[in-house]
Design a protein around this ligand. Sequence first.
Ligand code: FE
Ligand code: FE
Ligand code: ZN
Ligand code: FE
Length: 185
Amino acid sequence: MALDSLHDLYVEELKDLYSAENQLLKALPKMAKAASAPELKAAFTEHLEVTRGQVGRLETIFADLGVSPKGKKCKAMEGLIEEGKEILEEDGEPAVIDAALIGAAQRVEHYEMAGYGCVRTFARLLGYTKAEKLLQATLDEEGEADKALTELAETVINIEAEAEGDDEEVPAQRNGKTSSKPVRK
Ligand code: FE
Ligand code: FE
Ligand code: ZN
Ligand code: FE
């Protein structure tokens, strides 16, 4: 499709986000399954629900435009998920794997934040007030998801991950497992 107008670009980028979100709908359950900390599992499961709503918002916007949401594959999200899969295939200490999952998830959130920030601004310029509000709502949710992951990393996961490398037992560990032997197969 030729990008002859800001409207063309707006539609192309919305399609990219629609593809990105749908790829995430498939990836998030796998990330939740791979997470060990219950708080992290819950964060991924919650964001799965939020993501369903985001797909719904995009469908509303496309319906209003009278355009199909399909026809584009977000290669960046494909790559981010591909990289995330490398973590799922790794053996290691649960808290370290969790820290890696948070890093992967935050890369996804930041990609989405950049995308939604752009289309929100395009919608504003094009005078699509309803779409602007819907896209802002999603942008806010992506920001909240990112913040929640930072909070989890800084208060729990990274601290446990750091302790995994120590030789002595660390009382703060989950499941009463000792830090000296690998517990994840
Ligand atoms: Fe999203
Ligand atoms: Fe993309
Ligand atoms: Zn994308
Ligand atoms: Fe997200």
